[in-house]
Design a protein around this ligand. Structure first.
Ligand code: NAP
Length: 284
């Protein structure tokens, strides 16, 4: 039962009503027997700083940050992790007494999905990240920090160069010809997302020509809806190992849970909650 003592957390973004975070976090709090509640707040563009002030005033313990506010919250925070500062993107804000601290949990969440869910250690392997937006930059940097050799392939060259710079020495900009040499291929573009809601087929379903993939590769799609995505359907049909984005979604939230509560998150409950909602939503 929610009481006057219940700890509160939430997510800010726009649009936000489709977010899986409330379902995942509330399932986690119930499974852990914790007196916490998590809500979704529709916060329009230009209102991120005000939302952070509200977090301070209302005493929210933690706030997840999603589009379009991941960069805009930065000036409102007292401290920021090195990764979040370099990436220019915060997806998790933690209240520490009277001050607010920002982290980016996308990279650690991605690596945990590889290591914990798939048992894959990526050190010294060649990886191609297709896409160089907020998620692509975080994934490329995390892979490079884990010791992988990273190639970034992106539609626009300046974004690819910025991502390679952020990832560090082992990263470079490449092209689709590099796909064949990679152990791991990551889709960090939105292509394939929510195709069921695009019956006219205006969206391109695949981020690259799947005949460029090679035997033995692992294909990781950050897109998690529909499940499976067109890319993962095609990869599986070619006998490749495919990793859906829901694992990263769960693990990035698990890192936020640790930041806010100091406790280990109930991963099974979080994954079950996210997967149940995704399967209820179907292909749309
Ligand atoms: P973003 O910042 O908007 O970046 C999108 C990237 O995709 C850019 O590199 C963009 O290229 C490229 N792109 C977009 N449309 C394209 C097209 N038609 N053809 C070729 N390239 C295209 O988005 P984001 O935040 O990085 O998110 C990317 C995807 O990852 C989204 O689907 C998001 O839902 C998903 N995601 C999943 C998780 C998870 O936990 N599983 C976490 C974060 C994000 P340009 O640079 O040329 O514009």
């Amino acid at each position: 039962m929610l009481t006057g003592r219940t700890h509160t957390a939430g997510v800010i973004g726009s649009p936000i009503r489709h977010s899986l975070s409330p379902v995942m976090f509330n399932a986690a709090f119930v499974a852990a027997g914790m007196d916490w509640a998590y809500l979704a707040f529709e916060v329009g563009e230009g209102k991120a700083v005000g939302a952070m002030e509200a977090m301070r005033t209302l005493g929210l313990e933690g706030v997840s940050v999603t589009m379009p506010h991941k960069g805009a919250v930065l000036p409102a925070l007292d401290t920021v992790s090195e990764d979040a500062a370099l990436l220019g993107a915060v997806n998790c804000v933690t209240r520490r007494g009277g001050s607010l601290h920002g982290d980016n949990t996308d990279g650690p969440g991605f690596l945990d999905a590889l290591r914990i869910d798939e048992g894959i250690e990526i050190e010294s392997h060649a990886c191609v990240v297709v896409g160089a937006g907020g998620a692509g930059r975080a994934v490329a940097r995390a892979l490079a920090q884990a010791g992988a050799r990273v190639t970034i392939v992106n539609r626009s060259a300046p974004a690819a160069e910025r991502a390679a710079l952020l990832a560090g020495n082992s990263a470079r900009v490449g092209g689709f010809a590099d796909l064949a040499e990679a152990s791991l291929v990551v889709n960090a573009t939105p292509l394939g997302m929510g195709l069921g809601s695009d019956p006219g087929g205006r969206l391109e379903p695949l981020p690259f020509d799947v005949t460029l993939l090679a035997p033995g590769q692992v294909v990781f799609d950050l897109v998690y809806h529909p499940a499976p995505t067109p890319l993962l359907v095609a990869a599986t049909a070619q006998g490749l190992r495919s990793v859906p984005g829901v694992g990263m979604l769960v693990h990035q939230a698990a890192h936020a849970f640790r930041h806010w509560t100091g406790e280990e998150p109930p991963l099974v409950a979080m994954r079950l909650a996210a997967s149940t909602v995704l399967s209820e939503r179907g292909a749309g």
